[in-house]
Design a protein around this ligand. Structure first.
Ligand code: ADP
Length: 934
């Protein structure tokens, strides 16, 4: 793979040091190219001008700008190039502060760190480089037999061969040297006698079986042996079966290697390591701590798997020379510290192992939040260690976040006085970082749970939920939005929302809404219109909240609610309200509504025209203002009932009263009052009609008819007087004519007198007609059957007719004015006799049918009938069809009709010439008032 060149800017005020670093790094990595800057400002300028892969800076540059300030300046200029501190400042705190600000790495200046610096640069510059694989060299050599024999004999390892009984057959130089016995001393004797301590002895058979079982060869890692001198040594023993040429097992060989010295050296080494560790202080140690801290600080924000990070920490700490490290969490509700991860030589406990608060050093730290250094645990009263008896010193620091104790970081050493104050501060920094990591993990978990919850919530909401970024592009679009606006999520994500869904005439409004959101203000319940994908407009209610961070506008979340239906309903309501209002306003009638306190709550222009008060004057005023004094008491009483029950004496009725005008005059009005329940209270609405004109017209007619009547009356009277004189003088003339026997004269005079009589009757009938309805009614119970019978008897006598066929049908007893009824019956029955067919026997039927609340009477005859073309005429006064033959004035039917009509009934006839006639008339039923006692 071709390796690319990395351009690096070194910023260091110490030019010599910078040159040195350059040279050293170039030796490490020939593909590095360098540029130098002495001051921060120069570095910044160069970084702006050039495209570096990385900036390597000292911390202290000039008073004007240190390394961290340079970093900040770069970031403000949005130069995100990787930045590594290679600094002579060896303060851990400073390093941690820089790491927290996001530098890629922080290394202490020093040649021992160059390799690491180079690899850090390489890593940062282009990611992890492929590691060069180490080639393993494998060699196989073939040796000759002699050489092998030579080796066996001269080997420094002990090579011992025994036969099946365990008797030694070979004892080489190595064995002589290791165990102190010569071959002569041992050969032919049982090997166990010499070197194996009694406790470990096995019979030869046992050993053979063991080796056979292991497949012919068997290695014991550590075996205790006793030298001829009595000194105890340790060896490794490799046993092999010895076979003869035929393959039969003939014995056992053992190759033993003295490992006493190795063991001693190992112990020594361990001790040296511990010793070294004790000296391992100052810079190097800080360097090592820094390495761990750097790693942790890089990962706390990136790593999502907390456990992995913690494990890494406890694995790194032993590299400082300690024998083990562990991290515990503090569970304050349970008052326990719980083991999470451990690293180092021996970990004898597993996750979930716990210590009660105050139990042991860890329990104390978890409970109090204070660190403990125990440089001799045997003298530490709080020490309870049973699990690790080899521990000599222990350091335990709390993992705290703010005031909360999250856990404990514990490090143990097999040496006394292993820990210094510097360890404490370094470990505390580490613990603080762990705390941040733990808190991040917790927050992340919390946020994830919340996000999951919110996501499911958002999904289930039917309203349209849309989020946009700072440029107005859609980043979230839920199902509700899909449904409301018609675009699918895929279609609209990343598109500029307003361009798509804001209709032309709402553009300006949308711009101002966006400005509002950008200034950090919420938008609540804003009614507007949006454009759907299918081109339809939809009424929406918009709520939006800006999303800001550090006062920077990042975007907004908007909720769109479909209010088309609501809008439509509202408009319908408005329209119907307007129609109603229009009706009320344009009504000629006055419309007045009052509340239960009789206060006016509606007063329309009609009312204003009638009473001359304006709406403004009357709203809130009492209705009594338009009620004349004389009605007020009754009105008050009626209203008290209405207030309680919603009904009253005038509710649902129409009545004529007088109203009081603004100027104090009265106006005749017709009222109809209705009531309506609104909530708990009753509202009364009065429709008022000005009946001044009607009253006036009625008066006029009344006056006219009175005038007419008195005119008829006077005329009739005045006509009667000369008639009487004419008749008187005719009588005198008639007497003198009779004396003179003047036949002709007599005849004429009789004609004159007959005409006078007829004129007299006419005048009499005219008077009768004019009087109909003038006399007060005298209703009583009338038996119509006996009335009809009585009249028929009279008529029989009058017309000298024997036994006409008269049928009475269903004639009731009714409550009415008897005189009127008699007049009707007399006239109709009389006509039946008068206009009978002489060739037939007279047949009459008088009857009645009842319908709802009327009686319908009829009088039917088999007389001469009436030509259909005259059916209407006969009811007009003085109309007769048979002038000469039959006596009469032609006023009868006119009078009857007037009587029927003034009583509220109707009259008509069915007839045809020679077919007889049937006269009908109706009478409304009158209820006889129930008799009162006394
Ligand atoms: P009058 O009986 O004095 O002539 P009415 O007013 O009673 O006056 O009747 C008017 C006319 O109607 C009668 O002249 C007659 O021609 C006709 N009329 C009334 N009743 C009958 C009847 N029952 N049959 C035939 N014609 C009748």
């Amino acid at each position: 793979m071709e390796e690319k060149t990395l351009n690096i800017l070194i910023v260091d005020n110490d030019k010599a040091s910078a040159e040195r670093t350059r040279t050293l790094l170039q030796q490490e990595e020939p593909r590095f190219r360098f540029d130098l800057a002495c001051e921060g400002e120069e570095g910044l300028r160069k970084a702006k001008e050039n495209d570096y892969h990385l900036i390597l800076s000292d911390y202290h540059l000039t008073p004007a700008m240190n390394g961290l300030q340079l970093l900040d300046a770069l970031r403000t200029s949005e130069i995100g190039v990787p930045f590594i501190f290679y600094s002579s400042d060896r303060s851990l705190e400073r390093a941690v502060a820089c790491l927290r600000r996001g530098v890629t790495d922080y290394l202490f200046k020093g040649e021992e760190n160059i390799k690491e610096l180079a690899s850090s640069i390489a890593k940062a510059g282009e990611g992890v480089r492929p590691r060069r694989e180490n080639q393993k060299l494998l060699q196989q050599t073939m040796e000759d037999k002699n050489y092998l024999e030579n080796i066996v004999v001269n080997s420094i390892d002990a090579i011992i061969v025994a036969d099946r009984e365990g008797k030694v057959t070979l004892w080489n130089k190595g064995a002589e040297q290791i165990f102190g016995y010569t071959a002569e001393e041992v050969l032919g004797k049982h090997v166990d006698q010499f070197v194996v301590p009694p406790k470990f002895r096995r019979t030869e058979e046992e050993l053979l079986k063991l080796v056979e079982k292991k497949g012919g060869s068997f290695l014991e890692k550590e075996v205790k042996r006793v030298k001829k001198s009595g000194e105890v040594i340790y060896t490794t023993a490799s046993y092999n079966l010895v076979r003869d040429a035929s393959g039969k097992i003939v014995g056992l060989s053992a190759i033993e290697k003295d490992i006493t010295e190795r063991k001693r050296l190992e112990r020594e080494l361990k001790r040296a390591k511990e010793r070294y560790r004790l000296q391992y202080q100052g810079e190097q140690r800080r360097s090592a701590y820094l390495k761990i801290i750097t790693q942790v600080s890089k990962e706390i924000t990136a790593i999502l798997d907390l456990e992995k990070l913690l494990q890494k920490v406890v694995n790194l700490i032993p590299a400082l020379g300690y024998y083990q490290a562990s991290i515990w969490t503090a569970e304050s509700e349970k008052e326990k510290a719980v083991f999470q991860v451990g690293g180092g030589e021996t970990i004898r406990i597993s996750r979930g192992f716990s210590r009660c608060f105050k139990e042991g050093i860890i329990g104390w730290v978890a409970c109090t939040g204070k660190p403990i250094i125990a440089n001799d645990v045997s003298k530490e009263p709080r020490y309870r260690g049973k699990v690790y008896p080899e521990t000599k010193s222990e350091i335990s620091v709390p993992i705290r976040f703010g005031s909360r104790i999250l856990g404990v970081l514990d490090v143990q050493s097999t040496e006394l006085k292993a820990f210094t104050k510097e360890d404490l501060s370094a470990l505390q920094i580490l613990a603080d970082q762990i705390a941040v990591a733990m808190e991040n993990a917790r927050l992340y978990e919390e946020a994830r749970a919340k996000t999951d919850y919110l996501q499911s919530l958002v999904r289930s909401i039917t309203d349209g939920i849309v989020s946009i970024d700072s440029e107005g592009r859609v980043v979230e679009w839920n199902k509700g939005a899909e449904k409301l606006l018609g675009y699918t999520r895929e279609e609209i994500l990343g598109k500029e929302l307003d361009v798509i869904i804001v209709p032309q005439d709402k553009r300006e409004e949308a711009v101002s809404l966006t400005e509002r959101a950008m200034s950090g203000k919420e938008i609540t319940d804003f009614e507007t219109i949006r454009l759907r994908k299918d081109g339809w407009l939809v009424n929406v209610l918009l709520c939006a909240s800006p999303i800001t961070k550090d006062k920077k506008f990042l975007g907004a979340v908007a909720i769109y609610k479909d209010i088309t239906e609501r809008k439509r309903a509202e408009e319908q309501l408005k329209a119907s309200e307007e129609r109603y209002r229009e009706l009320v306003n344009n009504s000629v009638d006055g419309v007045i509504s009052v509340d239960p306190q009789m206060n006016i709550i509606l007063w329309n222009p009609g009312a204003e025209r009638i009473f001359w008060y304006t709406e403004k004057e009357m709203l809130g005023q009492t209705l009594m203002k338009i009620v004349p004094e004389r009605y007020r008491k009754a009105k008050e009483k009626g209203f008290a009932v209405f207030r309680k029950t919603g009904s009253g004496p005038v509710i649902g009725k129409t009545l004529e009263v007088d109203g009081l005008r603004k100027d104090g005059t009265e106006v005749p009005i017709e009222l109809s009052v209705s009531s309506r329940k609104t909530g708990e209270a009753y509202i009364a609405t009065v429709i008022v009609r000005d009946i001044t004109e009607r009253k006036r017209a009625e008066e006029k007619i009344k006056k006219k008819s009175q005038e007419l009547e008195s005119f008829v009356y006077t005329v009739s009277h005045d006509l009667k007087a000369p008639l009487i004189s004419i008749k008187g003088f005719s009588e005198l003339l008639k007497a003198s004519s009779r004396d003179r026997s003047e036949e002709k004269e007599l005849h004429y005079l009789e004609r004159v007198m007959a005409n006078v009589d007829q004129t007299n009757r006419l005048i009499g009938d005219l008077l009768k007609l004019s009087r109909v309805g003038k006399t007060a009614e005298q209703p009583r119970e009338v038996d119509t059957l006996s009335l009809a019978k009585k009249i028929v008897e009279e008529l029989n006598l009058q017309f000298k007719i024997d036994h006409p066929k008269v049928r009475y049908h269903n004639l009731p007893v009714i409550y009415t004015d008897e005189l009127h009824l008699r007049q009707i019956f007399q006239n109709l029955l009389g006509n039946a006799y008068k206009f009978r067919d002489e060739n037939k026997r007279l047949e009459i039927e008088v009857g009645c049918t009842e319908k709802d609340n009327i009686y319908q009477f009829y009088v039917k005859d088999n007389g001469i009938g009436i030509d259909e073309k005259y059916l209407e005429d006969i009811f007009h006064i003085f109309r007769r069809l048979q002038e000469k033959k039959v006596e009469g004035t032609g006023a009868g039917l006119a009078i009857v009709k007037k009587i029927v009509e003034t009583s509220g009934g109707k009259m008509w006839v069915k007839s045809a010439k020679d077919k007889g006639s049937t006269f009908y008339f109706t009478f409304p039923k009158k209820v006889k008032p129930t008799a009162t006692k006394g």
